[in-house]
Design a protein around this ligand. Structure first.
Ligand SMILES: [Zn+2]
Length: 134
């Protein structure tokens, strides 16, 4: 479980945070949080680091928005997934018609967009988790 004060990862069932000594919420309280209920009754809140890597790595492979779906933002995630494919098709088409010139512009975007999106969803989860734990 993750500490609500400092965000450190602690063993499930730990009573106090190993990093800052904050008393950790018992599982029953976590399960009652709205986010836990929304993600199919999961007892743990989404892990910001998991969402970050899901979003970043899968985003590079063309599946942007998976981190958002993982975090429970399913409509946003699906919109990003579909929107990203439209951009991919437009980008590839664009680089074809510009004789490879578009590709030079497209490649950095292909890596930067998942990274930025991953940063946003990580911050979003951290914000949500701290609200739900309070
Ligand atoms: Zn802590």
């Amino acid at each position: 479980m993750i500490c609500s004060r400092c965000g450190a990862q602690n063993f499930d069932g730990a009573r106090y945070c190993s990093n800052c000594g904050q008393e950790l919420a018992p599982r029953a309280v976590v399960a009652q949080s709205p986010l836990g209920a929304a993600s199919g009754g999961a007892t743990n809140l989404p892990d910001p680091q998991h969402a970050f890597w899901l979003e970043f790595v899968l985003g590079i492979f063309g599946f942007l928005g998976i981190g958002w779906i993982y975090a429970g933002h399913i409509p946003t995630g699906l919109a990003m997934l579909i929107g990203w494919w439209l951009i991919v098709v437009t980008g590839l088409g664009g680089s074809f018609f510009t004789g490879g010139l578009g590709c030079c512009l497209w490649l950095p975007v292909h890596f930067v967009a998942p990274f930025v999106s991953a940063l946003i969803i990580r911050r979003e989860i951290e914000k949500n988790n701290s609200v739900n734990r309070r």
